[in-house]
Design a protein around this ligand. Structure first.
Ligand code: MLT
Length: 267
């Protein structure tokens, strides 16, 4: 199916379960299957919709010059095609950046918001430069550059306990291998280019849950707590013994907290 801009096909939406809809937005460089535990826990009560980012999982390649807000419009078009209107949105890290973009382009579509291990601020110049270098390497080298991420990312994404668990590490590596170099380069570019979402925080008027991993070096607890404090009525929780990928490292605790948040959402 063509996107709203008439360009590349829309992102693939994995669609599981029945009930009020829940949109689950994955991290970089992963795919929708990082939410498998939450879908197992929640799909008895909710229709769980999970897009793969362009170029990851089974989604088609990104259209030329994709930006975070046009990506959000493409996800909304995929939801339209699935007959989904208002939706509770949970995004982890890059998925949180995308959730902020949804809030920017179509706030009326969000019934609730869960922000996991993410940040509202834009990239610093240093991070932007690193992303530029990564995108250039992925485009120049191709598949071997993806394999470098397969080697390096588990130590970055996972806390000390999960890093030693092959049942967690191997799927993290497998998800990276399902991303194309072009897809990952486009995602690095659009993350670097994303605007500061801090001005949105005070206007969020839907039930909001903010979840941090107590051992996350990418989205540190104090920064997550401060972000939650800027969102009216938001609940903040730090999940013990977890790094960045809460949903796979402490999946039962993450699913339980999401389940509690969903009981407060009104579609
Ligand atoms: C992610 O987990 O999505 C990434 O760490 C996000 C980022 O690099 O900012």
């Amino acid at each position: 199916m063509e996107g709203p801009d008439g360009g590349a096909a829309l992102p693939h939406l994995h669609d599981t379960g029945e009930g009020p809809p829940l949109l689950l937005l994955h991290a970089f460089p992963q795919d929708a299957s990082m939410w498998d535990h939450q879908v197992a826990a929640l799909s008895g009560r909710h229709r769980c919709l999970r897009p793969d980012a362009h170029g990851c999982g089974v989604s088609p390649p990104p259209p030329e010059g994709l930006r975070i807000d046009t990506w959000a419009e493409r996800v909304l078009a995929a939801l339209d095609a699935a007959g989904v209107g208002r939706v509770a949105v949970a995004g982890l890290s890059m998925g949180g950046y995308l959730a902020f973009a949804l809030l920017r382009v179509a706030p009326e579509r969000l019934a609730g918001l869960a922000l996991l291990a993410t940040r509202a601020t834009a990239d610093t110049d240093a991070v932007r430069a690193d992303r530029g270098a990564l995108a250039a390497r992925l485009r120049a080298v191709g598949a071997p550059a993806v394999e470098e991420l397969v080697e390096s990312q588990p130590a970055r994404l996972l806390g000390p306990v999960a890093r030693g668990e092959y049942h967690i590490v191997d799927p993290v590596r497998g998800r990276i291998r399902r991303c194309s170099p072009e897809g990952l380069a486009a995602l690095a570019d659009l993350m670097a280019d994303r605007p500061d979402s801090t001005p949105l925080l005070g206007s969020i008027g839907v039930p909001t849950l903010v979840l941090a991993g107590a051992e996350d070096g990418i989205a540190p607890v104090d920064e997550m707590r401060a972000m939650a404090a800027a969102i009216p009525g938001a609940r903040f929780e730090a999940v013990a013994a977890s790094g960045h990928l809460l949903c796979v490292e402490r999946h039962a605790a993450t699913s339980a907290l999401l389940g509690e948040w969903l009981t407060t959402v009104r579609w």
